[in-house]
Design a protein. Structure first.
Length: 128
C-alpha cells in the first residue's frame, strides 16, 4: 500500500491526530517552543511510522469558527509540505495564541514557522 503524503488539497488523516488522550500526552511530555503567534509542542513517538500533526485554535484566540478553521487549514497546509523534512517520528501540536495568523501573508507565515521548527530541532538539517 502506497502512502501519499501530498493529497490534492489537504493533509491526509494518517498524518493528523486529535483527542484529549493524544493531546494530553504531547502537552505533558512534549518540549515547547514559543513565539508571540503560536507555540509548538513536540514529542518523539517511536510507536508510529509517520509524524503526526495537530492544530489547536482556541475560542479565546478567535471567536469566529470560520476564522479558526481558516487558521487551522493554513497551518495544516504548511505542515503538509514540511512533514517530509521532519526528522524521526514526532507528534507535533501547533497551539495558536494570536489571531494575526488568519490574514498574515503565507510567505511571512512560512518563514515564521520555519524558524520555530528549526528552534524546536525538528528539521532534518538542524543540529539537535
Amino acid at each position: 500500500m502506497a502512502v501519499f503524503l501530498y493529497t490534492r488539497h489537504m493533509i491526509s488523516s494518517l498524518f493528523r491526530f486529535h483527542g484529549h488522550g493524544s493531546l494530553r500526552y504531547v502537552y505533558t511530555n512534549g518540549k515547547a517552543v514559543r513565539s508571540q503567534l503560536l507555540t509548538i509542542k513536540a514529542t518523539e513517538n517511536a510507536r508510529r511510522k509517520h509524524s503526526r500533526v495537530s492544530v489547536v485554535v482556541s475560542k479565546k484566540v478567535l471567536k469566529s469558527a470560520v476564522g479558526r478553521n481558516r487558521i487551522r487549514r493554513r497551518l495544516y497546509e504548511y505542515m503538509r509540505h514540511k512533514l517530509p523534512e521532519i526528522k524521526n517520528v514526532h507528534d507535533i501540536v501547533l497551539i495558536v495564541t494570536s489571531s494575526e495568523l488568519r490574514n498574515m501573508p503565507y510567505s511571512e507565515l512560512s518563514a515564521h514557522l520555519d524558524q520555530l521548527l528549526e528552534k524546536a530541532g525538528l528539521h532534518k538539517a538542524s543540529k539537535n
